[in-house]
Design a protein around this ligand. Structure first.
Ligand SMILES: Cc1ncc(COP(=O)(O)O)c(C=O)c1O
Length: 463
């Protein structure tokens, strides 16, 4: 394919040169020559992306991939979604910067009102941010102001981002370790309901009986009697980076009830799961009204490719900022790019389509197809220990054998590599590096999903 060839976004992969091809290798080498080492792992050169449309991405060698990453779930409407591109382009000719806490702009007003309308009535106050980590920190600050308590209950395997405040609540192997001396000691760690690898009752055999909730409750109650009690519980309704780990359906409502009885706030981190990724607009809606949070953090997919994140909250919680206006009259929170006009325009357009019933119906239909396909593959390969899926967020957990459930990280890396050789991009995850995660654009076609399932099967055959 020539670099100018038109892309529809519905194509299937076409690999011309084994990836990474020569152009990708030399581009990556040049990049490595000048880029700080923080962003590079130990592995070989990656492929270097040049262009994308829909569920398809091209690398600089002209290889065409089916993108089941969507940039970690960001590209909810696919690469270069035409309506987002038009909105961003029009905004770039109209107004490209606001004045933070001093002077808002029209687009910010529209986006904030739109997000508030998506808060289901209760979460009708909104603060904006540019990244998920920033929004997580904003939620932590809000909870601290609302409760007067600095600590927060957070979960094993949690991923909330990598800025300092976010790292304080993240629990992903190795992350944060070099900075342990600087990261604030905010988290009270309790076990996440990861039934396949139950952290508290290894004999439960995948049938969760909520022992982990009892264990968490015991820890929280003990801390509540101590000198530095927590004010909030922060949880991903489905753990993303840890490998699409789904709690049992009754878990979140029970946690919510537990928190309410003790006057603790519930903060849901929906950075990966929000915006319709799992079917309903917010993943907590899968578990009913009883799971509704006090604060909700959104990011990634709500922007459709622009850098935007948000905190939605209940009025009584969000209003706690009001008492902290500076003596000068300045706002207690701001940032230069707060509610960036181009990001607001892109997000507003994206939300229109994400909130449409047809989008949800499509996610549920193709998500079910994808999950059924993965289950059918799992029936043929004992290396797949578990298939987990919710809408278009899915994962397979790879093990040495099903009886021992011993994680298979090497096989996982090989399979992700084999998928890429076959033109399919997926991302590795899981706290044991043994999960292959899929967060495709929500616009992926049935034909592409069928291809993806076949590709997973072929990749496992050769790995
Ligand atoms: C659940 C969750 N929270 C927060 C973040 C951090 O978002 P960002 O990388 O935009 O800072 C992520 C990123 O993967 C995430 O998955």
């Amino acid at each position: 394919m020539s670099p100018r060839e038109k892309l529809e976004g519905t194509e299937l992969p076409r690999v011309l040169v084994p990836p990474p091809g020569p152009r990708s290798r030399s581009s990556a080498k040049r990049l490595r020559g000048n880029e700080g080492a923080a962003i590079w792992g130990a592995g070989d050169s990656p492929i270097v992306w040049s262009r994308g449309k829909g569920s398809v991405v091209l690398d600089v060698d002209g290889n065409r991939y089916l993108d089941l990453t969507a940039g970690f779930g960001v590209l909810s409407l696919g690469h270069s979604a035409p309506e987002v591109a038009r909105a961003v382009s029009a905004q770039s000719r109209k107004l490209t910067q606001g004045l933070g806490d001093l002077m808002p702009h029209e687009g910010r007003e529209k986006l904030v009102r739109r997000l508030a309308s998506l808060g289901g009535g209760a979460l009708d106050r909104v603060l904006l941010a540019s990244t998920g980590s920033e929004a997580v920190e904003l939620a932590l600050k809000t909870a601290h102001l609302a409760t007067g308590r600095r600590r927060v209950v957070a979960f094993t395997g949690a991923y909330h981002g990598q800025s300092y405040g976010a790292l304080a609540v993240t629990d992903y192997p190795g992350l944060g370790k070099p900075f342990a001396g600087q990261i604030p000691d905010l988290a009270i760690r309790v076990p996440y309901p990861y039934a396949y690898r139950c952290p508290v009752a290894p004999t439960c055999g995948g049938r969760c009986d909520l022992h982990c909730l009892d264990a968490a409750a015991e820890t929280v109650d003990r801390e509540l009697r101590g000198p530095d009690p927590p004010g909030a519980i922060l949880i991903e309704p489905i753990q993303g980076r840890s490998g699409c780990v789904l709690p049992p359906p009754e878990y979140l409502p029970k946690l919510r009830a537990f928190a309410s009885e003790r006057g603790l706030l519930i903060i849901l981190d929906e950075v990966m799961t929000g915006g319709g990724r799992t079917g309903p607009f917010w993943a907590w809606e899968r578990y009913g009204e009883g799971a509704a949070p006090d604060l909700l953090v959104a990011g990634k997919g709500i922007g459709g490719g622009v850098a935007i994140a948000a905190v939605l909250g209940r009025k009584r919680v969000m209003e706690s900022w009001r008492k902290h206006v500076l003596p000068s009259g300045e706002a207690p929170h701001s940032s230069t790019f707060y509610g960036h006009p181009i990001a607001c325009a892109g997000a507003l357009k994206t939300l229109e389509r994400l909130a449409a019933p047809e989008t949800r119906a499509h996610v549920e239909r193709v998500g079910t197809m994808f999950a059924e396909g993965l289950h059918a593959v799992a029936a043929k390969f004992s290396a797949i220990g578990e298939v987990r899926a919710a809408g278009l967020m899915a994962a397979i957990e790879l093990v040495r054998d099903r009886a021992s459930r011993e994680p298979a990280p090497e096989l996982t890396a090989q399979t992700v590599g084999a998928l890429m050789q076959g033109g399919v991009l997926a991302w590795p995850g899981g706290i044991h590096d043994n999960v292959i995660c899929f967060t495709p654009p929500l616009t992926i076609t049935e034909e592409q999903v069928t291809f993806a399932v076949g590709a997973v099967e072929r990749a496992l055959q050769i790995s």
